[in-house]
Ligand binder design. Structure first.
Ligand code: SF4
Ligand code: SF4
Length: 270
């Protein structure tokens, strides 16, 4: 159950500040990129799964819940959407963990038919995966030059549970298990952490705690802080303020992280 579409690169991806589609690639770039700078003229295949393993009250993609008349796509049909200008595929949603078997089958077909050319495979996820399936997804992503973007919702179990309906433990354990893979291919970075700055909930204390945990794992892990837009059950909240974004950015850099940025700058309010 999914929708797919092509997105011209560079695109609004939470990892665009470190990935080959949006940045100047480091030495050896031909292995995983078509151009040394941002990949203009190429495109991303976005795979939007219509199911999720969390129930976030502020869900930014809540329309995955809406019924769709035509959304069943086989692995072969999805793989056929990779064309000569597709340089990366991003599995998101909803969450790819819920349809991981379909994703793995699709990726194997895509990589098989793309031998000899660049096709990076990436995931954007809340991290609540079955560990065995995550390991398989990570191996394919790592080999392709892609990355896994982990949405780290909050540090305190209470805040995490209140916002999502689940605790943070499984997500953190899965993230930690992938650190050896991150070290195996530091460039382009295989793991990226992201946090949505929900006003009144995810403040500098929450972000500082996440950042200290990340820095202890490896201070070079990229961390993307994202401005919040009121959605779904929390559509009565304000947007993220510049003050909150600056305080969270400072907390993350003070924790020792070397690559932190605030994304969705156009959403910040005074
Ligand atoms: S899907 Fe991957 S390669 Fe493509 S823009 Fe996003 S992080 Fe970069
Ligand atoms: S993990 Fe993402 S898609 Fe799933 S409910 Fe939360 S915000 Fe929505």
């Amino acid at each position: 159950m999914l929708d797919w579409y092509h997105d011209p690169l560079p695109t609004n991806c939470c990892a665009d500040f470190v990935c080959p589609a949006g940045t100047d690639s480091p030495p050896g770039w031909r292995e995983y990129a078509y151009t040394q700078g941002p990949e203009k003229g190429y495109r991303n295949l976005a795979v939007f799964y219509r199911s999720c393993s969390m129930g976030c009250l502020y869900c930014q993609n809540w329309h995955y819940r809406l019924p769709a008349s035509e959304s069943k796509v086989s692995a072969h049909e999805l793989a056929a959407a990779v064309d000569g200008r597709t340089s990366c595929v991003c599995f998101f949603g909803g969450d790819p963990s819920t349809q991981a078997v379909h994703a793995l089958r699709s990726i194997r077909i895509m990589l098989e038919q793309s031998q000899g050319r660049v096709l990076r495979v990436c995931f954007e996820t809340n991290g609540r995966w079955d560990p065995v399936l995550l390991r398989k997804a990570a191996d394919l992503s790592l080999r392709s030059g892609g990355c896994i973007k982990f949405d780290l919702k909050a540090w305190s179990p209470e805040v995490h549970y209140a916002l999502t309906g689940f605790g943070p433990e499984l997500t953190r354990k899965n993230f930690e298990d992938l650190i050896p893979s991150y070290r195996a291919r530091p460039e382009p970075p295989f793991l990226i952490a992201c946090t949505l700055l929900v006003p009144g909930y995810v403040d500098e204390q929450e972000v500082g705690s996440i950042a200290r945990w990340l820095a202890a794992l490896d201070p070079s892990i990229p961390y993307s802080l994202l401005a919040f837009h009121p959605q779904f059950m929390m559509d009565d909240l304000p947007m993220t303020s510049r003050r909150q974004a600056k305080a969270c950015l400072d907390a993350a850099t003070d924790a020792g992280l070397q690559r932190v940025r605030v994304g969705n700058l156009h959403l910040l309010q005074d």
